[in-house]
Design a protein around this ligand. Sequence first.
Ligand code: EPZ
Length: 416
Amino acid sequence: MKLKIKGQKILGGEVEISGAKNSALPVMAASLLTEELYLKNIPFVQDIFSMKKLIEGLGGHIEINKNNELFINTASIASLEAPYDYVKQMRASILVLGPLIAKYGEVRVAYPGGCKIGARPVDLHLENLKKMGAEIKVEHGTIVAKASRLSAANISFEKVSVTGTENIMMAAVLAKGTTVIENAAKEPEVVDLANLLKKMGAKIKGDGSDTIEIIGVDTLHPVEYGIIPDRIEAGTYLIIGGLISSGLTIKNIRIDHIKNIISKLEEAGICLKIKKDFIKVKKIKKLNPIDIETQPFPGFPTDMQAQFMVMLTQAEGRSIVRDTIFPGRFHHVDELLRLGANIKKIGNGEVSIVGKTELSGAEVIATDLRASASLVIAGLIASGETIINDIFHLERGYERFVEKLQNIGSKIDYLE
Ligand code: EPZ
């Protein structure tokens, strides 16, 4: 499937941000810790349907309705295996590891392969589950984990890991004793999962800080829960508004989740009118070059790196972008060069961008979720027509992206 974009259309109007994909995935996995969950504000994107298929493959039943709600029943789990077919589609399948071993004492998950943004090891997930008493082997590409009952442990992550923290948190809530997680991830999606688990009866303190303390309980009960809005989707539309709109209102934002994105946009010269839960943004005349270095939350998010890179092609001067989390996450660069950008690799995980360069439309290919968003942004500002191949990447994490862009005036459409 391809996308065709006719660039340089001035956009305007309102965009509503959907639920956070990276909250929905661990929250759906948490349904395996109880009998049922009623989830709201779930974005209907490909990754959610992959997780739905995985949970159904384990024996769960999931109903969805048109109001972005999921009803998950996991009372009769019949299998404890997440086969390679599921895991190869979505690395986040690893999130069933913690819940299944905590609730059922065993699990088999295919070892996740790499992906376009670089090596995606899960060693920290496995070594920390071992510290909680799990017996873990890797046989023929499958992680085989067993534990009669997990016991609490003092866990310290040598590297901050979002899904690593989420997996250990979901393992610890039913483990005997008090687990302490040091160097925990502080992303809003980790806090969202902790809030769900607390509502289910878990005893968790310190989520959102470096140190999370979890006192194990015997059971967790079913609840209804609405997840947070997607901070990366919000950041993506803020850039679109700052580059090519006469006035965009982006609604349903948790401002406290995007302070790092806001400060970098303002440093680049984009003026934002920030209200309680929405932001007004419009195109400005001159953009300043800025330097960006990705860091775990509350630092600048790696998931915004590709989108900012497009914006920096329009800044007058030289910008530097470093991705310290995924140094290989630069496949969008080659495609942006095809559109006329002036970008050079200057080190491992580091590029320089010199602007302002007029981008001109061309045929390009999407390589991963956030790279595909950066190519859409480039197509919106480039002269002429841009064709984007392999846009299934886009469908993984942006709900109704084409429809939302059409609603604010862009000339974008699917090409068979
Ligand atoms: C989560 O991935 C997100 N995915 C990613 O979003 C996001 O880019 C990433 O966090 C960083 O913020 C979900 O939440 C589903 P990590 P995750 O474990 O948890 C190294 C998107 O576009 N590491 O925080 O897989 C790893 O190599 C996706 O929505 C180990 O070395 O990332 C990386 O350098 C892309 N060993 C760093 O830690 C491990 O066992 C951070 O990775 C685990 C991670």
